[in-house]
Design a protein around this ligand. Sequence first.
Ligand SMILES: [Mg+2]
Length: 120
Amino acid sequence: MNILCVDDSATLRKIVSMSLGPLGHTVAEAENGKAALAALAAGVPDLIVLDVNMPEMGGVEFLEERGKNPAWKAVPVIVLTTQDEAPLREKIRALGASGFLAKPFQKDQLVAAIQGLGKA
Ligand SMILES: [Mg+2]
C-alpha cells in the first residue's frame, strides 16, 4: 500500500521507509504537517504514519486540517509518540488517529501496528 510518513527526523523517515519498503509498501515522506497536507492534495495514501512534534505544523494541527476533508479523514493514521506526549493521546484519538506507536520502536512493532489496522 501507499504510505505517507510524516516526521521532521530524516533518520526516522528512513527507518520507516526501510522497514516497510521491503514488505512491498511504497513510502512517501513529508517533513512536517504542511508538507503532508501538500502530499495529500497531490494524492491520498492508504495510511499515514505521523509524528507529533514537528516545526511549521505538528501532528495535532495536521490531524485537525485532515479532518476537514472527508477523503483525507478516511485515511488511517498511526501516530508516533514519545513518553512526554502521552497526555496528548486522548486529544489525538479524538481527532481520529487509528493507533499509537511509542518511540523508540522496533521494526516488528511498526509492522504489527499496521497489521493491526487490518490493512496489511
Ligand atoms: Mg519530531
